[in-house]
Design a binder for this molecule. Structure first.
Ligand code: IDP
Ligand code: MG
Length: 149
């Protein structure tokens, strides 16, 4: 089973969307294996968004992600990396389909509520940046046999 990194950004926290976002992923049938409510340091933000270093929005992005608490999570499941990207919707919330997290809850690209790993490589890298091995819980939901055949 695949693992992916998902974070609810400071706008999602301020707007009281933690429960709604987590509910969608739980109801889909994915498994939460790690979670923390935390502040992102400048150093962590720079590393996490390293691929965007040269972009004009980089400073704003780092300032924003460090501006308040986030919920950092690891979700596990079949093809979960792609599936969560689909459930998040396009980067620009105005272009994201209705029914997606960004499509339903956001307007501005710089306030798009969630971050999710975009590939197996990013998932591995981001999980390692935010979590220690000991914070990742291996557990078996009793409901699993009703989700996977
Ligand atoms: P993603 O979050 O959908 O993977 P990326 O291209 O990796 O999108 O960009 C990372 C984050 O940077 C986005 O979620 C968004 O908040 C912000 N961002 C991306 N492009 C722009 C832009 O053109 N203006 C302002 N912010 C942007
Ligand atoms: Mg990205």
């Amino acid at each position: 089973m695949e693992k992916t990194f998902l974070a609810i950004k400071p706008d999602g926290i301020q707007r009281g969307l933690i429960g709604k976002i987590i509910s969608r992923l739980e109801e889909k049938g994915f498994k939460l294996v790690a979670m923390k409510f935390m502040l992102v340091s400048n150093e962590l933000a720079q590393k996490h968004y390293g691929e965007h270093k040269e972009k004009p929005f980089f400073k704003g992005l780092v300032d924003f992600i460090t501006s308040g608490p986030v919920v950092a999570m690891i979700w596990e499941g079949k093809d979960v990396i792609n599936a969560l990207r689909k459930m998040m919707g396009k980067t620009n919330p105005l272009e994201a389909d209705t029914g997606t997290i960004r499509g339903d809850f956001g307007v501005d690209i710089g306030r798009n509520v969630v971050h999710g790993s975009d590939s197996a490589e990013s998932a591995k890298r981001e999980i390692k940046l935010f979590f220690n091995e000991s914070e990742i819980i291996s557990w078996q939901p009793e409901i699993q046999k009703w989700i996977y055949e």
